[in-house]
Design a protein around this ligand. Sequence first.
Ligand SMILES: [Zn+2]
Length: 201
Amino acid sequence: MAELAGAGFLAPPLDSIFTRSADANPSVFLTFDDGFRDVFEHALPVLTQHHFFGIQFLVSDLLGKTNLWQQRVGDVSQPLMDEVRVREWLAAGQQIGSHTRTHPWLTRLSEDAAREEIVASKKALEDKFGFPVEHFCYPYGDWDQRVSDLVAEAGYRSACTTAAGINPPGASPFALKRFTARYPTRNLKAMWAFLRDLSKS
Ligand SMILES: [Zn+2]
């Protein structure tokens, strides 16, 4: 984050992807999946320090619980943000989005079940926190046209995938690419190298 700030990057709220002008400062959009409590503990102070904005994609049935979907496949238990922490996150000017109710593989569900995960999580988060929930993130990056259409129908304005890359003007807001920043190699130099390789392929 310090490297990005030092290089003149801004990290505006995700909403501003729809209003960006060509001469805007170079920007990154910071997204956090799953609503882990350690993001609240470790990332929020850093975001605040740099005046950066981020969005946490929350699993609406699991607020204050743990990463059940990962424990089912053998991962250790990790606490998720509870309502109090989500409220503090929002009060600090940060954003929330939906990552479904229970973190399923959406393409494996019936249309009705997938719609329920997508629609009910939005409503639950909006009712609970009183903020519009306009951004979605596909659990496991698992999506297809049917799922993406359900997300658009539900009234979301964007959806994040797990495909690596950048989003040029005209890219679908319902198939946003990202890159994973959790590895030590993702310093700014590695990011530029990654972008260079991407533009060649
Ligand atoms: Zn996830």
